[in-house]
Design a protein around this ligand. Structure first.
Ligand code: 5AD
Ligand code: SF4
Length: 456
């Protein structure tokens, strides 16, 4: 079998990162080996994100640049997968005729067959499929197709496991239900198998992934008895060998007390939680179809902090949703002051195809959106810095990731902070190893410290 070079460029969320790993696994038996240099690839696949207009523009801009690659190497294959592929379909090849292959979000598993057809000189129509009953194959089905490719060594201890796909919430701004389809949960047994095999292969840091993990098991049968996400989390936590367990993403409306209690009761569940609030205005939350109020959100935050006082809380914010007034935005700023998130991702609202809010009146001008975003981010940066200073003089369990900037070792705390510290000649550190670091410096985005000698 001829060996060929594969380059996958992944945009967007951790779901896409995991999908790209699966694509690598699927293509390995066809002789495709990942390379670090896009210029050396025989197949370039863009695994795309369409969550915001900017994400989609990035994909088109890279596709434009790839035209040159194709001119200098006509045998190069260029493919587009993921959410932009699902959303745009035929339009991609109309705008970018040098693209050979477009596969929808649920077509990833047909990639070997589709590439085989391209190899045989058959032209392909883009295959777009939003069948609500798509299946997520178990890992054993994927690995039957070939051995797992080596993951980049420094990160191989850290693994994502997709537990469900799609979303039924239809938040009015969101394209996900349109690109990823309806919610479907994987069977418990498949998930446990996959986590076990990851741990056997050396993973110690596991993140369970889904668009809305809190509704795991609510829309389809996942075992011969009803299973909640909290039940699944407890079962995963029992698997020996996991040192750190995380999950993302959660919609506050479905965050049950049972799940919040897991933060107090599962020792390996990290004290780090991403709980997107989107806005601090009840009027805007209603227009977003989020189905909770600011008071509900604050109630969940209080509950979480009761169970886990050291919890580091992150969120997502959209500024400039259609109809957002100065008063609404001030309420978002007030919420930021009240919760004092450790970190946040904040975005200017953008219209997305199929999302209901695209047809709403009272769009906010770009200028106002930019002003609000800058103000929010500036205040968040100050709060993140103040929050990070709270770790000064404390000792933090840090999982080694590899070499960081300025020759320092880079690691991560259980609260998901980046931690940098000087290594020592006497002690060789392995990625994945957990060490104790005394924190003596705090910046907006990371902590610095000194390695302690005690072993844990
Ligand atoms: N415009 C701006 N931000 C959006 N997000 C989702 N859709 C949009 C949109 N149309 C943000 C939300 C979500 C995060 C992943 O992206 O904050 O939580
Ligand atoms: Fe989009 Fe809302 Fe579903 Fe999240 S919960 S993926 S924001 S529709």
């Amino acid at each position: 079998m001829k060996q060929r070079n594969l380059y996958i460029k992944t945009f967007g969320c951790q779901m896409n990162e995991r999908d790209s790993e699966i694509i690598e696994q699927l293509l390995l038996p066809m002789g495709f080996l990942p390379v670090a240099d896009m210029g050396k690839a025989d197949l370039i696949l863009l695994n795309t994100c369409s969550i915001r207009a900017k994400a989609e523009q990035k994909v088109y801009s890279l596709l434009g640049q790839l035209r040159q690659y194709k001119l200098s190497n006509p045998r190069l294959l260029i493919g587009v997968a993921g959410c932009v592929a699902q959303q745009e379909g035929m339009r991609i090849q109309q705008k970018m005729p040098h693209v050979d292959l477009v596969v929808g979000t649920q077509q990833m598993y047909s990639l070997p067959e589709l590439i085989g057809r391209l190899d045989n000189g058959q032209s392909l129509k883009p295959r777009i499929d939003l069948d609500p009953c798509f299946r997520i194959p178990a890992l054993r089905e994927i690995s039957a197709a070939g051995k797992q490719p080596p993951s980049p060594a420094p990160r191989s201890f850290k693994k994502f496991v997709t537990i469900m796909q799609g979303c039924n919430n239809f938040c009015s701004y969101c394209v996900v239900p349109h690109t990823r389809g309806r919610e479907i949960s994987r069977p418990v047994a498949d998930i446990l198998d996959e986590v076990r095999s990851r741990v056997e292969a050396g993973a110690t840091d596991i993140t369970l992934l889904g668009q809305n993990v809190n509704s795991y098991g609510q829309t389809n049968q996942v075992a011969d008895h009803p299973v909640t996400f909290a039940d699944l989390l407890r079962q995963v936590a029992e698997i020996p060998g996991i040192r750190r367990l995380r999950f993302t993403t959660s919609n506050p409306k479905d965050l049950t007390d049972e799940l919040m209690r897991c933060f107090a009761e599962i020792p390996i569940l990290c004290p780090h939680f991403h709980l997107p609030v989107q806005s601090g205005s009840d009027r805007i939350l209603a227009a977003m179809n989020r189905k909770y109020t600011v008071a509900d959100y604050l109630d969940r935050v209080a509950g979480l902090r009761r169970y886990r006082p050291d919890l580091a809380l992150g969120t997502d914010i959209i500024v400039g949703f259609p109809g957002e007034t100065d008063t609404d935005f001030e309420q978002t700023m007030a919420l930021l002051e009240e919760v004092r998130f450790h970190s946040s991702f904040s975005f200017k609202y953008s219209d997305r195809p199929g999302a209901r809010s695209s047809s709403f009146d009272n769009k906010v001008s770009e200028r106002v959106k930019s002003e609000r975003l800058t103000r929010f981010q500036k205040r968040q940066d100050e709060i993140s810095l103040a929050r990070n200073k709270e770790y000064l003089e404390s000792t933090v369990e840090t999982m080694v990731e590899g070499e960081g900037k300025n020759g320092l070792v880079q690691g991560r705390s259980a609260t998901n902070h980046l931690v940098h510290f000087p290594g020592t000649a006497e002690r060789a550190l392995r990625p994945g190893e957990v060490v104790l670091v005394r924190i003596d410096g705090a910046g907006q985005h990371s902590l610095t410290g000194t390695l302690l000698n005690e072993k844990i």
